[in-house]
Ligand binder design. Structure first.
Ligand SMILES: CC(=O)CC(=O)SCCNC(=O)CCNC(=O)[C@H](O)C(C)(C)COP(=O)(O)OP(=O)(O)OC[C@H]1O[C@@H](n2cnc3c(N)ncnc32)[C@H](O)[C@@H]1OP(=O)(O)O
Ligand SMILES: NC(=O)C1=CN([C@@H]2O[C@H](COP(=O)(O)OP(=O)(O)OC[C@H]3O[C@@H](n4cnc5c(N)ncnc54)[C@H](O)[C@@H]3O)[C@@H](O)[C@H]2O)C=CC1
Length: 283
């Protein structure tokens, strides 16, 4: 199958990044969300990133205009009728994702691949709500999408080999490096990363050190580009909590218990950088 049009559902930080790299790779892209203001914000984010590329001499104004011309905005999932591939990047919640996959299954052409950028949720369970589980796959990009090389590709129980191959090829066309993993809670990336972040939050909770000190230890001592609490704010504390819940419930093991301080911050609406406050305050 020849992919020409990609629909990206969810125009938040991940969806806008996925739409950007898809349009830069030459695909026609439909960027969709529930409200016009959300798709407008996604497009503004893409335009800002492309302008920085122009300023840095990596792209001409004409190339930027061409990339933008390949993007259309939508607030209606029925626009999936024109898609060869859909990449879903909405909030990390099984109920929301399964509703979207049911609707996409109805409206998208039978050949269309339905991929999810979920950080941790079972692909097999998402696939099961569709009539095409063999065409459902996990395509897990990393944040910030235009910069990070990895795409973790997750096969569900019924994912067809040709759909895996197509997704691997698509990732490469977007300039990414695909890595294949099986369908377990948190896959590999968040099974390893998120307990470290959760442990750093426990260090704040128990008064072991300040957020600044914890981040300095991990940056200067382990050469991490961002400390774990800065990274948690960057990912979104709501997303971190959703992922810890998936690990905790998925494995039934107390070692994945989300830190109570993480719950408290999310309940307060302190979601990190995107809400202006998390472990740090942002203007
Ligand atoms: C939760 C999940 O399911 C999975 C995940 O994604 S987990 C998160 C994975 N991501 C990480 O771990 C990121 C860790 N942090 C980093 O790698 C780096 O701090 C970083 C790449 C984000 C920024 O790098 P830095 O050297 O500290 O800062 P900076 O020099 O400003 O940025 C480096 C480049 O990234 C670009 N960049 C930074 N943030 C960006 C963003 N949000 N969008 C697009 N580009 C961005 C900058 O423009 C800059 O590009 P140029 O050098 O070409 O100008
Ligand atoms: N934040 C991160 O670092 C990473 C997140 N992810 C995953 O990507 C997905 C999105 O995360 P973010 O972009 O960070 O979240 P975000 O909060 O920035 O964006 C989520 C978007 O989904 C939209 N949305 C919610 N319900 C919707 C619906 N019914 N239909 C259409 N759009 C809807 C929201 O309006 C919002 O714009 C999640 O599954 C998350 O786990 C994956 C890799 C990294």
């Amino acid at each position: 199958m020849n992919i020409q049009t990609i629909m990206v559902v969810g125009a938040g930080q991940m969806g806008s990044g996925i739409a950007q790299v898809s349009a830069q790779a030459g695909f026609r892209v439909i960027l969709s969300d529930v409200k016009q203001e959300f798709v407008d914000r996604g497009l503004a984010n893409i335009a800002k990133n492309l302008s920085r590329n122009v300023e840095k001499g990596r792209m001409t104004e004409e190339e930027k205009a061409e990339v933008l011309s390949r993007l259309t905005l939508s607030t209606d999932l029925a626009d999936g009728k024109d898609a060869d591939c859909v990449i879903e990047a909405v909030t990390e919640n099984m109920g929301i994702k399964t509703e979207i996959f049911k609707k996409l299954d109805e409206v998208c052409p039978p050949h269309a691949v339905l991929a999810s950028n979920t950080s941790s949720l079972p692909i097999t369970e998402i696939a099961a709500v569709t009539t095409r589980p063999e065409k459902v796959i996990g395509m897990h990009f990393m944040n910030p999408v235009p910069v990070m090389k990895l795409v973790e590709i997750i096969r569900g129980l019924q994912t067809a080999d040709e759909v895996y191959q197509l997704t691997e090829d698509l990732s490469k066309q977007m300039g990414k490096v695909p890595v294949s993993v099986n369908d377990f809670p948190g896959f590999v990336s968040n099974r390893v990363l998120m307990p470290m972040i959760n442990e750093a939050i426990y260090c704040v909770y128990e008064g072991v050190a300040t957020p600044e000190a914890i981040d300095e230890v991990m940056k200067l001592g382990m050469n991490h580009p961002m400390g774990p609490l800065t990274l948690a704010d960057f990912i979104g504390l709501d997303t971190c909590l959703y992922i810890m819940e998936v690990l905790y419930e998925g494995f039934g093991d107390s070692k994945y218990r989300p830190c109570p301080l993480l719950r408290k911050y999310v309940k307060a609406g302190w979601l990190g950088k995107k809400s202006g406050r998390g472990f740090y305050v942002y203007n």
